[in-house]
Design a protein around this ligand. Structure first.
Ligand code: ADP
Ligand code: MG
Ligand code: ZN
Length: 588
């Protein structure tokens, strides 16, 4: 066993490194700058934490969010690693004490926010610390091309000059675009960095596209009360509606959006972290800095605007490696809404980005392969067996003829109306509005009498996403022709749509061992009690995956307990007795 693997096992209780981790760690220990690109949940933290344990002195970790620092430090302390953080929320005394510890060499890791690097006093103290590494987490925040630019990150490059040791930089991000990567290298002035891009595949995630008749009903079917889930909605209003719905149905859910006060946000986020409310409904304002490892599913209630943010958000499920789900709900309404949003904005690539995610929703191919190809990875398999297209039965239907009917109806309505009215006319409705506009006299009135409204809207949305129609208008989304419309009208083009046979897809059990679910429940309860006692989130005590391993292996001695995935020496000492007792009495 190499010494690095030794350290991994002793502190973390893991037996093997993930691809790339060991090489990044070795490069850093050899004194090189490094850039690590790994998906969310891929295991970036370990790449700078292990060097921090292996080297003399202190590793400075720059991290954008206070909540994130606190959780990471909690996690490290529970594993027996000496770690601390500095934030403006601490008293001056507390801050000074942490700084003294770092100078005295009593800390392996010191987490700081980027703002701290502009503080003269801190910079003057930095000279007296033996800084062995500067780790920049969420390094894309330094790039204006990234989706999360933070001005305070501009202060990072200088900090190396304030250290008497001129330590290496190690930068980490889950953003894969070339531009952002180049920007990180340039802005941080990385010198011939060791550059590793990990596979973006997350094998323990089951990807599903669901096209529900009623989103709320589907949602309640998919959720399980005690299992942690994140539900992303596109607006604050939807967040509140879905939250109300879930509470009415008896789910214990919190919610989060930028319209809440800082206090409310903190409280709700904490309820979620501590599993007091295992479910949270949120806008995309929620998530960065949430390293909760036991999130079992991420559901997108509305279609996101691009693949990068989708994958980042979905990737918050299953960080602990246990089987988890990434489910995307879509409806034709989302497609129209997003198109309109983009028309009104002026982001140059927004349209392409949106079309990528629409194709993702519509494709009949393997979803995992589709995602990976977006990130320039080309797996050799055709089918991953772990996404709704590989598990379910997707069928392609030719909808060209319906498209022609729709186009000719829009044409006869003078291209001045939205999807709702077009669908009503085609279905032959005789509302006052339709009569007053004399649309009941059109030859296309009632032409699609036997087709459901949802289906007509879906076909329209498909035509919009394939640019056979466009959405415009200042207030209401109005459908008009594009240059390509005529091609479809004359059937020079054919259009196909995906039909899902089954609405639900069950997650494949990818946890390799069978485990006793009743014991798992009891272990979960014990974990929650211990967490409450020490005032930390439950996943800091043990991950879900560690509990599953316990429920499978049923360790009854300290040696057996230490062999469980995710049990290191510190945790054996702290929690070993309680868990071994429970397992022993359960076994009887
Ligand atoms: P991210 O890349 O998103 O920052 P984290 O560093 O938070 O990911 O790691 C995600 C999870 O994976 C954590 O629970 C971590 O303990 C776990 N992990 C990291 N490396 C390994 C490994 N080699 N073996 C098992 N689990 C690991
Ligand atoms: Mg991270
Ligand atoms: Zn697949």
């Amino acid at each position: 066993m190499s010494t690095l693997t030794d350290t991994l096992t002793r502190y973390y209780g893991y037996t093997t490194f993930r691809p790339g981790q060991e090489m990044i760690i070795q490069a850093i220990i050899d004194g090189r700058d490094a850039l690590g690109i790994m998906p969310t949940g891929g295991g970036k933290s370990l790449c700078y934490q292990i060097p921090a344990l292996e080297m003399k002195g202190v590793t400075l970790v720059i991290s954008p969010l206070i909540s994130l620092m606190k959780d990471q430090v909690d996690g490290l302390l529970s594993m027996g690693v000496k770690a601390g953080f500095l934030t403006s929320q601490l008293s001056l005394d507390e801050q000074n004490q942490t700084i003294r510890q770092a100078i005295a060499g009593d800390l392996n890791l010191l987490y700081v926010s980027p703002e701290r690097l502009m503080n003269e006093y801190f910079l003057s103290r930095l000279k007296r610390m033996n800084v062995n590494l500067i780790a920049v987490d969420e390094a894309h925040c330094i790039s204006q091309w990234g989706h999360d630019f933070r001005p305070s990150y501009q202060a990072i490059p200088e900090v190396r000059n304030h250290c008497s040791t001129y330590p290496p930089f190690a930068a980490f991000t889950a953003t894969a675009t070339q531009k952002v990567q180049e920007d990180i290298i340039n802005k941080l002035q990385l010198e011939k960095p060791y550059h590793y891009t990990a596979s973006f595949d997350r094998p323990n995630l089951t990807f599903s596209i669901v096209h529900p008749k009623k989103k709320n009903t589907k949602l309640t079917e998919l959720l399980k009360d005690k299992e942690s889930s994140i539900i992303y909605c596109n607006t604050r209003r939807n967040v509140e509606r879905v939250h109300t719905h879930l509470n009415k149905k008896g789910f214990n859910a919190a919610y989060y959006h930028a319209g809440l006060t800082a206090e409310e946000r903190n409280q709700n986020q904490e309820d979620f972290l501590y599993d007091k409310s295992p479910i949270i409904v949120a806008t995309n304002a929620f998530g960065m800095g949430i390293d909760k490892s036991n999130v079992r599913r991420v559901i997108h209630y509305n279609m996101p605007l691009d693949m990068e943010s989708y994958y980042q958000e979905a990737g918050r499920a299953g960080r602990d490696g246990a089987p988890s789900e990434a489910i995307l709900f879509y409806s034709s309404q989302d497609i129209i809404t997003n198109n309109l949003l983009i028309e009104q904005g002026n982001h140059p690539h927004a349209k392409d980005n949106l079309n990528t995610i629409i194709s993702y929703c519509k494709t009949g191919r393997c979803l995992r392969k589709t995602i990976l190809e977006y990130f320039d990875e080309y797996p050799s398999y055709q089918s991953c067996d772990n996404c709704s297209n590989c598990n379910g039965e997707a069928e392609l239907v030719d909808v060209t003829e319906s498209c022609q009917k729709i186009l000719s109806c829009i044409y006869r309505m003078n291209q001045q109306y939205g999807m709702g009215l077009v669908a009503d006319v085609l279905r032959g409705k005789e509302t006052t509005r339709i009569k007053s506009l004399s649309f009941d006299e059109l030859s296309t009135h009632g032409l699609m009498k036997n087709v459901s409204e949802t289906e007509i809207k879906d076909i329209i949305a498909l035509m919009v996403s394939e640019q056979f129609l466009q959405v415009g208008g200042d207030q209401y989304p109005i459908l008009t022709f594009t240059e390509k419309s005529v091609e479809l009208l004359h059937a020079k083009h054919k259009l196909y749509m995906i039909k899902q046979q089954k609405e639900t897809v069950k997650a494949k059990q990818t946890f390799s061992e069978e485990y006793d679910e009743k014991l798992f429940e009891e272990l979960r309860t014990l974990r929650k009690e211990i967490a409450a006692e020490i005032g930390k989130p439950p996943f800091v005590v043990f991950t879900d995956k560690a509990l599953m391993s316990m429920a499978s292996q049923m360790p009854r001695s300290p040696e057996e307990f230490l062999a469980v995935h995710g049990v290191g020496e510190a945790k054996l000492e702290k929690y070993g007795d309680a868990f071994i007792d429970l397992i022993s009495s359960y076994a009887k």
